[in-house]
Design a protein around this ligand. Structure first.
Ligand code: AMP
Ligand code: ZN
Length: 115
């Protein structure tokens, strides 16, 4: 738990969110400002500020975030049409909440390159 971290507060239940999945390692909830018809954030319960702060041994946790996103996409019927997963790292890439989170976006066609 990091002081004043919004996503730690969501993980602890101190800030409400619409949870779509939770287990002992990870939590997934709806993005409050959805950028697609389906927009979920998948986070580790443990506070990690950015991808730059991953430690040796965190590979399994990051893999779990990705596998969880894939499972949620499938459960919500987005596997066939497709979906996008994104980690933004630091401000230059658009990161605004400094607790790592995997965006899962689906329900519309995506363009490339991203903005
Ligand atoms: P990023 O810009 O990659 O750091 O993504 C942060 C995301 O968190 C944005 O898409 C925000 O809309 C989302 N967000 C911010 N506050 C909340 C909240 N209280 N509940 C759910 N999502 C949030
Ligand atoms: Zn945090």
């Amino acid at each position: 738990m990091a002081d004043d971290c919004l996503f730690c507060k969501i993980a602890n239940g101190d800030v409400p969110a619409t949870i779509v999945h939770e287990d002992d390692q990870v939590l997934a909830f709806e993005d409050i400002s959805a950028q697609a018809p389906f927009h979920v954030l998948v986070i580790p319960r443990r506070h990690i500020s950015t991808l730059n702060d991953l430690q040796d041994g965190d590979e399994t946790l990051v893999g779990t975030l990705i596998a969880t996103a894939a499972r949620i996409a499938k459960e919500h019927g987005h596997a066939q049409d497709g979906y996008r997963t994104v980690f933004n790292c630091n401000r230059g890439a658009g990161q605004t909440v400094f607790h790592i989170h995997l965006h899962l976006l689906a329900g519309r066609n995506m363009t490339w390159p991203p903005g």
